[in-house]
Write a protein that binds this ligand. Structure first.
Ligand code: IVH
Length: 696
């Protein structure tokens, strides 16, 4: 591009600013910092002032709703904002209630009352009131840290700025846009040449996350409360009671909130709401059930990021028909080849769909699809759209030929026995895999490097600036090169380098997740990090396991090999950490068995400070100790285990010298005797309850 040609520069700026607007507003994945964005806008404005004749019809200065000064401030939640587990069938809901009963060890005639209310398709928001005054409003964010939208929320008519609650009371609920208001707003947007929103949810999110509250004020946002966060005093001891109090304080609560006492009644309410769905003024995607008694909610607690005391009963997926234009193959970061259907645009449940997954070669065979066919596309919740049926099925046609080579590096595509996916065998020589890994590495739940999004990673990779993750942390040595190629103010490059520096210190779980090892997702990475607490500890375990694998491999027959594999899995925590299964153990060992992976990881680790996991348990006399439960207890084993883990204790299944405490219920047998033999401390259930109470 010719920098001295102002018309060309203005054209570039218009396109570039529009692209960043879309990334920020529609996809929530900004690639550049606010300062960089502002620099672009300022440059555009200055050029336009100098050359009024060159102002374009699509000039960024003419667009409304363009973010200006800075992104919204990030603020930590006083209590994390949880998400919900999903159920899809009556069976899932029956099982949910049965699980609650088991966990609480309820008697057969104990009634489990539950609330049921619509699941609103908006975005959740936490409103903090102190002595009745609204002091802060935060979006959910990642559940731990949200964005400060206080000024914007004050413009929403549904949200009272004063309520009759004393002390701290955080009301949580959904900000949404009614269907009618959404349609009318999009008409206005179209008339003024502004961008259109895809659906009410996006429109609500885009409207709430504005920098200028006056823009939010013009948008028809609404609110429905569905729970609470940090609270000094609760006005009731049931879910329904607290919700009624919130309603009395003047905040909207769904009129479809009910309390029922059986699974049958839950399902009846679900059926009623599903039947009314189309006539409801706003989009909903299911019904949420919550255990009504708050003392039970507290005992049930949470797993990962969802409470054990609630579940979302989702509506079935929405479908539409369209034409399949082509089948493309996408290469994932582990080499998996995914066929993607390119479609004639079609609206499915309010969202325009142009791409859908075909999953794998078997699925293509099952559907008998070929380009040109008419297909059924389905969208369910947050799941990516998928092709689920073919209306042009013709058994006489040969199946669509799945490519036998990687579309990117031309290496052979192979399918291992028992696997459904073809994989590119190119490994790290496959550019697509390497780029995908780097994109994953810098992405939000991994290193979260601001300004290093998909497009930049691809460009930097293509230009040889980064070939492996460690190179990212050496980019600062190439500052001059970056400035020369970016053709932007130095500040843009410096912002990127600063964002990278910020991530040189990284928690172990993010580091592990970022490596992109098969089967090691964010949750598994956290489990592994918690189990092995340090990078050195984890590597020592892996090296041990690999050494024994190497030593034994040549002499092993099949039975011994199987035995050895089981032992290795045990080493990776498959036994005392049930979340970490054999698949993960195998994937982890396979990854570190490859020398080039070890080299990449060692190179990277050399650039970083990897933080150990510090267990954040409530301080208690059993923190760090090993506890064994035995005999008949009034609480379930799951609840006992959850209590112990919340106190930072480890639960073991058998008594040994390393046991610190045995909690013995009625009729305890051999374990109690063993404890006496070994001189291990013993207490009964009341004694245990006292330990739990002491740390509450
Ligand atoms: S309860 C601890 N109730 O759905 C329980 N959530 O998929 C937290 N949502 O993040 C949520 N309607 O934003 C609850 N009636 C309702 C809801 C609801 C919509 C959203 C909420 C949550 C998400 C989880």
């Amino acid at each position: 591009m010719n920098m001295s040609d102002p018309a060309a520069r203005l054209a570039w700026l218009a396109a570039e600013i529009a692209r960043h607007d879309a990334l920020y507003h529609d996809r929530d994945t900004p690639e550049i910092t606010d300062a960089d964005y502002d620099a672009l806008v300022a440059e555009n404005r200055a050029l336009e002032a100098a050359h009024p004749a060159l102002v374009r019809s699509d000039s960024p200065s003419n667009r409304v709703g363009v973010a200006s000064t800075s992104h919204l401030a990030k603020v930590a939640h006083a209590r994390p904002m949880l998400s919900l587990d999903n159920g899809f069938s009556a069976g899932d809901i029956t099982e949910f209630v049965a699980r609650v009963r088991r966990f609480l060890a309820l008697a057969e005639d104990d009634v489990v009352a539950l609330t049921a209310e619509p699941k609103i398709d908006g975005l959740s928001c936490s409103l903090r009131y102190e002595d009745g005054r609204l002091v802060r409003a935060l979006t959910r964010g990642d559940g731990q840290v949200g964005e400060d939208v206080t000024a914007n929320v004050r413009t929403i008519g549904d949200i009272a700025t004063e309520i009759a609650a004393r002390g701290v009371f955080e009301v949580r609920g959904e900000v949404y846009m009614a269907k009618e208001d959404f349609a009318a707003m999009n008409v206005r947007q179209a008339e003024s040449g502004a961008k259109l929103f895809a659906n009410p949810r996006n429109a609500a999110a885009g409207s709430l996350r504005q920098l200028d509250p006056e823009v939010t004020r013009m948008r028809p946002l609404r609110f429905l409360a569905h729970g609470w966060g940090e609270v000094d005093t609760l006005p009731a001891d049931t879910q329904i009671g607290v919700m009624h109090a919130i309603r009395q304080w003047g905040l909207p609560v769904s009129p479809d909130l009910v309390r029922v006492e059986s699974v049958e009644a839950l399902l009846a309410h679900y059926a009623r709401i599903e039947a009314e769905r189309a006539d409801l003024p706003f989009d909903i995607d299911g019904v949420v059930y919550k255990v009504d008694r708050l003392d039970w909610q507290r005992r049930l607690g949470q797993v990962a990021r969802a409470p054990r005391w609630a579940i979302a009963h989702k509506f079935p997926a929405q479908q539409a028909q369209t034409r399949l234009n082509a089948i493309d193959i996408q290469v994932g970061r582990t080499g998996k080849l995914t066929p993607v259907a390119r479609l004639d645009p079609v609206t499915v449940g309010g969202v325009v769909v142009t791409n859908a997954t075909l999953h794998n070669a078997d699925e293509i065979g099952r559907l008998g699809v070929h380009p040109g066919d008419r297909v059924v596309v389905q969208r369910a919740g947050d799941v990516i759209p998928q092709v689920v049926d073919n209306l042009t099925r013709d058994p006489a046609r040969a199946p669509w030929p799945f490519p036998q080579a990687c579309p990117d590096c031309d290496s052979a595509a192979e399918r291992e026995p028992g696997e459904v996916d073809y994989r590119c065998t190119g490994g790290l020589i496959c550019p697509a895999q390497r780029v995908e890994r780097l994109i994953h590495f810098a992405s939000r739940h991994a290193f979260d490097i601001r300004g290093l999004g998909l497009v930049r990673v691809e460009e930097f990779f293509k230009d040889g600036l980064i070939a492996s993750p460690a190179d990212i942390f050496r980019l600062h040595r190439r500052r001059d090169e970056l400035i020369a190629r970016e053709r932007l103010a130095d500040v843009s490059v410096d912002n990127l380098l600063a964002a990278i520096e910020e991530k040189r210190t990284i928690p172990l779980d993010r580091f592990l997740f970022a490596l992109g090892i098969r089967h090691v997702g964010a949750v598994t990475a956290r489990d592994l990090a918690r189990r092995w607490t340090s990078f050195a500890g984890l590597m020592a375990m892996i090296d041990d396991a690999l050494a024994s694998r190497a030593a034994l491999a040549p002499v092993l027959g099949e039975p011994e090999r199987k035995f050895e594999l089981r032992r290795q899995r045990a080493l990776v925590g498959a036994i005392d950490t049930p979340q970490i299964g054999p698949e993960v153990a195998d994937a982890l060992l396979d990854f570190f068995a490859e020398q080039h992976n070890r080299d990449v990881v060692a190179d990277l680790a050399g650039e970083l400070i990897i933080l150990d996991v510090v267990h954040q348990a409530r301080a208690s006399s059993v923190t760090g100790k090993t506890v064994v439960f035995t005999g008949k207890l009034t609480m379930s084993r799951d609840e006992a285990k959850a209590q112990a883990e919340a106190l930072g204790a480890k639960v073991a299944g058998s008594v040994s010298k390393s046991t610190d405490l045995v909690v013995a219920g009625a009729d305890a047998g051999s374990k109690l005797r063993k404890a006496a033999e070994l001189g291990v401390a013993v207490t009964d259930e009341d004694g245990w309850a006292a330990i739990v109470a002491a740390s509450a």
